[in-house]
Design a protein around this ligand. Structure first.
Ligand code: MG
Length: 253
């Protein structure tokens, strides 16, 4: 067995089936010990909400945490320290980004509701939008941002979360940044997800991809339009689906 880079979304991907999670944790922890496999979580959560999850669920300590939909990368974070995300990554994201303009532009739209303060980050402005309003509002917001000179992208997930991020950041680009740093090829990388903000995980480079059985409609639609033999739609949900995919690709025997 060889080491690999294991990247997973948290909510409704790694987390959601406690029994399967325990089994997966055991196998991954052993693989990391024996072969140096790296474990990375890529979540929409801020560091604060990630810590909240740690009090509720048994999670392995990852080698890196990609937080806030790919806009922050942490390597070490303890409850009592002041945690700084990777400054090189942050510097890359600041090019062409203007947070104040994004916030002011978003305020023009009645249908998008700001998320709580903890989820508003230096490189992420987050809203709630209903599925019905999303189709009409998001393109209008995007073109207004472009008019105002902000190099941004919007990511819609789970039929409710709308994140506005710098153009050159998302979960997939953050994984690519780590891969380059650690010298791990896409073919030795496996990424797992369930919703729209995970699409970038699957579409940047050609990593092995596991879409869990409980995936959201937007990710299923994307997979249907972008099928590949290195993308696997699991039958089982959450960690059970991840296990299924890891066996499918031969990362676990
Ligand atoms: Mg998720």
């Amino acid at each position: 067995m060889m080491k690999f880079l294991f990247v997973t979304d948290l909510d409704n991907t790694l987390v959601g089936d406690d029994e399967a999670l325990e089994k997966l944790n055991q196998l991954l922890s052993q693989h990391r010990q024996e072969h140096g496999t790296k474990i990375v979580y890529a979540t929409g959560r801020s560091l604060a909400l990630y810590r909240e999850l740690l009090t509720e669920k048994q999670l392995l300590e990852p080698d890196a945490l990609i937080a806030a939909v790919g806009t922050e990368i942490y390597y070490k974070y303890s409850a009592d320290s002041q945690d700084e995300p990777d400054p090189i990554w942050s510097a890359q994201l600041s090019v062409g980004w203007n947070r104040d303009v994004v916030v002011a532009t978003g305020a023009n739209f009645a249908d998008i509701v700001p998320q709580p303060a903890s989820e508003q980050r230096p490189f992420k402005v987050s809203y709630f939008v209903t599925e019905r309003a999303a189709e009409e509002v998001i393109p209008r917001l995007e073109s207004l941002l472009k008019e105002r000179g902000v190099d941004a992208q919007s990511i819609y997930s789970g039929n409710k979360d709308l994140d506005i991020l710098p153009r050159n950041s998302n979960k997939g680009l953050a994984v690519q940044f780590l891969r380059e740093q650690w010298g791990i090829e896409a073919t030795r990388t496996v990424v797992c997800g369930d919703s729209g903000n995970d699409i970038a995980l699957f579409s940047i480079g050609e990593p092995r991809g596991i879409i869990v059985g409980n995936a959201q409609p937007e990710l299923r639609r994307w997979l249907k339009a972008n099928p590949a033999d290195y993308r696997y739609l699991a039958k089982a949900a959450c960690a059970g689906g991840i296990l299924e995919g890891l066996y499918h690709f031969g990362f676990l025997l």
